[in-house]
Design a binder for this molecule. Structure first.
Ligand code: SAM
Length: 223
């Protein structure tokens, strides 16, 4: 059977799209788990480097921190950040994935929540993490997300899979689905048109070369 592409999901809800993405193992698989969020969620160098960079950033922020992780996936990455939060709310749109996560990861300060970051209300927090999620969404869905996060958090930490060349045209639209924009030499940059996210400052926390691109993490201080 030919691999499914974004075009095969046009007309489906995001819940259907990402449930089927996991069911059909379009992001790969591991021997031990039913749900697998892909290479970028498991590659040792990428995960360790990301966790170290976030640890450094979060420890530098004063006081207890409520963290909301949107599109938490199989939680191989998020599970390494829970100890840095006073409360960690890990959200995803795929119900079966959350059920598996609840069995595997149990901490007093951790809650798993079924939530659609495009349509549902986002809990108040100090830090929102969105790691390799927006890259799979259409510009319309990303717009809806941005419209909702005003005054919901102080910091937004976004990780995106981007082309290697730095002069790429950002934010070329695509349908929501398992693919991402690197296949047509684009990638999501929230501070660029048409999103124009307003930030007080931004910094790159870390970046890692992947086979076909760069996985880059931005920290935005929101207004
Ligand atoms: C590639 S995985 C990344 C998982 C995790 N953030 C990581 O870096 O390991 C993308 C995740 O985003 C979730 N997702 C996609 N659209 C979503 C939405 N509208 N609301 C919440 N989660 C969503 C998918 O179900 C999937 O688990």
């Amino acid at each position: 059977m030919a691999a499914l592409s974004d075009d095969d999901f046009v007309g489906c809800t995001n819940r259907e799209i990402f449930s089927r993405t996991y069911e059909k193992k379009l992001w790969g698989w591991s021997g031990t788990r039913k749900y697998y969020s892909g290479h970028g969620s498991h590659e040792r160098e990428v995960v360790t480097g990301y966790v170290n960079a976030l640890e450094h950033f979060l420890v530098g922020l004063a006081g207890p921190k409520i963290i909301v992780d949107l599109g938490c996936g199989d939680f191989n990455v998020g599970s390494r950040l829970v100890h840095l939060a006073s409360k960690y709310i890990a959200c995803d749109i795929v119900d079966g994935l959350l059920k598996e996560n609840r069995k595997l990861f149990k901490y007093d300060n951790l809650e798993f929540k079924e939530l659609d970051l495009v349509n549902d209300e986002i809990p108040m927090s100090d830090v929102i993490i969105v790691r390799q999620v927006l890259q799979h969404l259409s510009n319309n869905d990303i717009h809806k997300f941005i419209d909702k996060i005003h005054h919901r958090c102080k910091y937004l930490i976004v990780t995106e899979h981007l082309p290697i060349r730095s002069d790429f045209l950002p934010n070329i639209d695509k349908p929501s689905g398992p693919g991402f924009r690197v296949s047509f030499e684009s990638g999501v940059i929230l501070t660029e048109p048409p999103f124009n996210l307003l930030v007080l400052n931004s910094q790159v926390l870390c970046e890692f070369k992947e086979r076909d691109g760069i996985i880059r993490t931005f920290a935005y201080r929101l207004q």
